[in-house]
Design a protein around this ligand. Structure first.
Ligand SMILES: Cc1cc2nc3c(=O)[nH]c(=O)nc-3n(C[C@H](O)[C@H](O)[C@H](O)COP(=O)(O)OP(=O)(O)OC[C@H]3O[C@@H](n4cnc5c(N)ncnc54)[C@H](O)[C@@H]3O)c2cc1C
Length: 413
């Protein structure tokens, strides 16, 4: 059921080789330069190390570019399941998704524009994004309301004549600090009494330099600004854009969000599994290379058992994720709601547990920047919140289970 086509196998092999030969050797240098260039939360000074552009060009020339997009001409034309294998490989490195133009939130935003954007929106924003020339931001979460319930949203997108007027506060907007970030997808309330509560929200394209778009601050994750990508708080004060900037029309926001988050979640989860594999490898190598009390560290106490626990957990998570991808490919995103929520709960937690064990086995080195482990830990912990906290996904799974027994509003799927 999870066998890869020849085409996907070829992409996977070439991606693995490129990461090994081109990315891993420069990763340490990359993080050193990033921390030198971007020492603090002042996003106006943030920049990417120059050699990253060279690496991106090399990846593009090798055809290892936009592999997430299920379009034969603009992307690799892989199925969700096939791309899941590639995303796992890119997850082994914190840098690889950016090098291959396969990083969040741009992948979700590009797929959204590809699916729902008008021809003009595609020309103006999708093509430069696919080219890797510009970056994008997705603004849904708000500081003043519990945003895990999207119907709480207070920001507004109101129609005035031939313009949309935007007001509201957003935060945890990923990619906001990127010097190449040029466009925001802003989700907001567009009240319409004639429609139900799931048709009261819209998505609007906003050039980042539009008057009234005010970046307030960048937010550190466990003290690290994740620069020059960054996560920030941005306020919209009477921002005016043309009516054409609605994506898919006013009131389509929820429907589009559902379409955006399904594949995006699979990508996140497979990257988690790749990161967990890498953490386990680092844990074993470290444990075999140091001795204490007359034995390799890995053979002390319950450490071997932890290695086995990690292997079992990673394989379980991978199978569940591939199953979700398989259902999305064969039955569509709506039929895979349970599985998408299930992997969103499982994969970040597995990564969190495996990385925690790997950090422990590394001793002090585990919490330094000498390994990617702290980056993986921040990724795992944040993902238990981002794209919906664990509890919300469990709530969704439970609702669907009750519906199978005829209780509640959800249809049987
Ligand atoms: C690193 C990072 C990057 C992010 N990137 C983006 C981005 O690019 N764009 C964007 O729009 N957002 C982004 N987010 C925001 C993220 O999606 C939200 O933080 C998340 O949806 C939760 O919303 P909230 O923070 O308002 O938490 P709240 O809604 O206030 O929830 C807080 C807690 O309440 C509990 N809770 C909520 N609902 C339930 C329930 N039904 N049952 C039981 N307990 C519940 C959970 O423990 C939850 O964690 C990012 C977040 C992080 C940390």
């Amino acid at each position: 059921m999870f066998e890869l086509s020849k085409k996907a196998q070829d992409y996977a092999e070439r991606t693995r080789k490129f990461i090994l030969e081109e990315i891993e050797p420069v990763e340490g240098k990359f993080w050193e330069e990033v921390h030198e260039l971007n020492p603090d939360g002042n996003w106006k000074k943030w920049q990417w190390p120059e050699f990253l552009e060279t690496l991106k060009t090399k990846a593009k020339q090798a055809g290892l570019w936009n592999m997430f997009l299920p379009d034969d001409k603009l992307g690799a034309g892989l199925t969700v399941q096939e791309y899941a294998h590639i995303a796992e490989l890119t997850g082994r490195s914190l840098l690889a998704p950016t090098v291959f133009n396969c990083n969040a939130p741009d992948t979700g935003n590009m797929e959204l524009l590809w699916r729902y954007g008008s021809e003009q929106q595609k020309q103006q924003w999708l093509l430069p994004l696919l080219d890797g020339k510009i970056r994008s931001v997705f603004c849904m979460t708000e500081p003043d309301v519990a945003s895990s319930d999207a119907t709480n949203m207070q920001a507004t997108a109101l129609i005035e004549g031939n313009e949309i007027v935007l007001n509201g506060k957003k935060w945890w907007s990923s990619g906001l600090g990127d010097p190449n970030a040029k466009v925001i997808i802003f989700m907001a309330h567009t009240p319409d009494e004639s429609k139900d509560r799931h048709h009261q929200h819209s998505m609007v394209l906003v050039p980042i330099d539009t008057a009234g778009v005010e970046i307030q601050r960048m937010l550190p994750v466990f003290g690290d600004y994740d620069a020059p990508h960054g996560h920030g708080e941005v306020h919209f004060n009477n921002v005016r854009v043309p009516l054409d900037n609605f994506i898919g029309g006013a009131g389509q926001g929820f429907e589009i969000a559902q379409g955006r988050l399904g594949p995006g979640r699979i990508h996140h989860c497979m990257r988690c599994i790749g990161a967990a594999e890498k953490a386990l490898e680092l844990m074993i190598d470290r444990g075999m290379s140091r001795t204490a009390f007359g034995k390799e560290i890995i053979k002390l106490g319950g450490n071997l058992e932890r290695v086995a626990d990690a292997r079992v957990a990673i394989d379980q998570a991978r199978l569940l994720t591939l199953y979700a991808a398989y259902k999305m490919d064969t039955l569509g995103n709506m039929a895979a709601l349970t599985e998408i929520s299930a992997i969103k709960v499982v994969a970040p937690s597995v990564l969190e547990k495996v990385v925690d064990m790997a950090i422990q086995l590394h001793g002090g080195a585990g919490v330094s920047r000498d390994t990617p482990l702290t980056g993986f830990f921040a990724q795992a912990r944040s993902l238990r919140l981002a794209d919906g906290p664990d509890e919300v996904h469990k709530g969704m799974i439970a609702k669907l289970e009750l519906a199978k027994r005829g209780y509640g509003r959800h249809k049987k799927v």
